[in-house]
Design a protein around this ligand. Structure first.
Ligand SMILES: Cc1cc2nc3c(=O)[nH]c(=O)nc-3n(C[C@H](O)[C@H](O)[C@H](O)COP(=O)(O)OP(=O)(O)OC[C@H]3O[C@@H](n4cnc5c(N)ncnc54)[C@H](O)[C@@H]3O)c2cc1C
Length: 429
């Protein structure tokens, strides 16, 4: 759509948060430029699943995002499991103890990240993106604009900046230098297993439908991706040791390391790990639990997605919350009263008001639920009925929301703030 406002917004970062925001703004006629450090849009080839609220948020941003999701998502294979989020199993004891299903209105919908992103990129024109732009600093220009400096020595100006630059956000560091991510003491082996091999190992039901295998100090989740041809595996392990290099959250390991971490686990977990590649990547799980930001904005600079509320992945909702952020930001920035840099600052204040509590709750709750899966949460332990209750109660906070209503409420709050500001200005004249 042709830009309809005389404002100039910079989005820094083109992951799920940045791209969904870009698409939502583009289709509402809000002018922006997206600066991405990589030479092209891209994502790692792992799976990500989405909750019902994430799907609502996709539709709020732009129907094309939802269409892209529908095009590439994989569901549970079995008809009887279409509303299943995960089957939670005892992954430790032999024979396995109790299992329970957790369902929601959407069931399990996983995408291969790279495939999803490839679809999203088609929803914005190429000319809005600048690549190889590593943001290094933000400062004020004499003309009232903000100036971004990039590693390649170039600069660019904007009326406002939205940092969608992920967990290690440079934009967040500029605003709140002490709000750094910390290690959750969990790390994850990730892998993709051809579905025929996965079926041989754990049978049709568990390979083709989402499963979570729980045990003391570890949990393994699996779900089908790539139209059911591949089983995505993420095997989490809790370790008291520090992560040796906080600058690099991925290190290489071997299948033998994974098997060592899950020694004593049941047959299914063992068979799954045996099918992982010999050389594996291990991802340290960092989040903003210890050092939450005091605000999602300062002046005309705002943070969204993982930059604002990076969470451990145990609710499978981090990316979904990025898209919720984009839906709210797009609703606010396209509001009829947002026409100047000062109006954008007001919109950012409303964004902070509407999103911070929910975003930071996710970070806290995700840590707790991750410990529930590993039988180490205080007051829950390995009591399966308590674990089930905790999952249901917390999933409901994530999913049983009305994102359209959230956007309406945000716009209502902005309208009220604009009117009271106008009244204040007239009273002072
Ligand atoms: C193991 C694991 C499993 C997960 N599973 C799920 C799941 O099932 N469901 C779910 O909803 N979420 C899941 N998540 C969380 C989800 O992946 C994140 O919440 C989401 O991808 C964050 O998106 P983002 O756009 O905010 O950040 P990112 O994806 O990190 O994107 C940031 C972008 O900014 C760019 N950038 C960074 N710094 C700069 C700079 N200085 N200048 C310019 N550009 C810059 C980067 O190159 C990148 O393109 C999982 C996370 C992990 C670690």
């Amino acid at each position: 759509m042709t830009p309809q406002k005389d404002i100039d917004i910079a989005i820094v970062g083109g992951g799920i948060a940045g791209l969904t925001l870009a698409i939502a703004l583009h289709h509402r006629g809000v002018p922006f430029t997206l600066y991405e450090q990589a030479p092209a849009f891209g994502e790692i080839g792992a799976g990500v699943s989405f909750t019902p609220s994430a799907v609502q948020a996709m539709k709020c941003c732009h129907d094309g995002i939802y269409a892209a999701f529908e095009k590439v998502c994989t569901r549970n294979e079995w008809e009887s499991k279409q509303k299943l989020w995960f089957d939670y199993h005892d992954g430790y004891n032999t024979p396995p103890g109790h299992s329970f299903p957790i369902s929601n209105s959407l069931g399990q919908r996983g995408v291969h990240r790279a495939e999803f992103l490839d679809q999203l990129v088609n929803l914005i024109p190429q000319h809005v993106a600048r690549f190889n732009k590593v943001l290094t600093s933000i400062s004020d220009a004499a003309n009232g604009k903000l100036v971004m400096e990039f590693l390649d020595g170039t600069t660019a100006e904007a009326d406002a900046i939205i940092g969608c630059d992920g967990i290690k956000s440079r934009v967040r560091q500029e605003l709140f230098p002490t709000s750094n991510p910390s290690y959750s003491h969990k790390y994850a082996y990730r892998g993709l297993i051809p579905m025929n091999k996965a079926i041989e190992a754990v049978g049709n039901e568990n390979a083709q439908n989402a499963c979570m295998y729980m045990g003391p100090g570890g949990h393994v989740l699996t779900f089908p991706v790539k139209s059911g041809t591949v089983m995505n595996v993420v095997a989490f392990h809790t370790s008291e040791e520090e992560w040796e290099d906080s600058e690099r959250n991925v290190r290489t390991a071997t299948r033998a390391d994974a098997l060592h971490d899950f020694a004593g686990y049941g047959e299914d977990v063992n068979k799954i790990l045996q099918l992982m590649d010999d050389k594996l990547n291990v991802w340290a799980i960092f989040d903003l639990y210890d050092n939450p930001v005091p605000s999602f904005y300062q002046g005309r600079v705002c943070i969204s997605g993982d930059a604002a509320h990076a969470t451990s992945p145990h609710h499978g909702a981090g990316a979904g919350f990025c898209i919720e952020d984009s839906a709210i930001l797009a609703a606010l920035l396209s509001h009829e009263s947002v026409n100047s840099p000062a109006d954008i600052e007001l919109a950012f204040a409303v964004f902070d008001e509407c999103r911070r509590e929910r975003g930071q709750w996710l970070v806290e709750s995700s840590r707790f639920i991750g410990d529930c899966y590993e039988w180490r949460a205080e007051g829950v332990g390995s009591d399966f009925s308590k674990i089930e209750n905790e999952i249901n109660a917390r999933n409901s906070i994530i999913s049983d929301v009305d994102v359209v209503e959230m956007c309406q409420q945000a716009k209502g709050t902005l309208s009220r703030k604009c009117s009271s500001l106008t009244r204040e200005i007239s009273a002072n004249m």
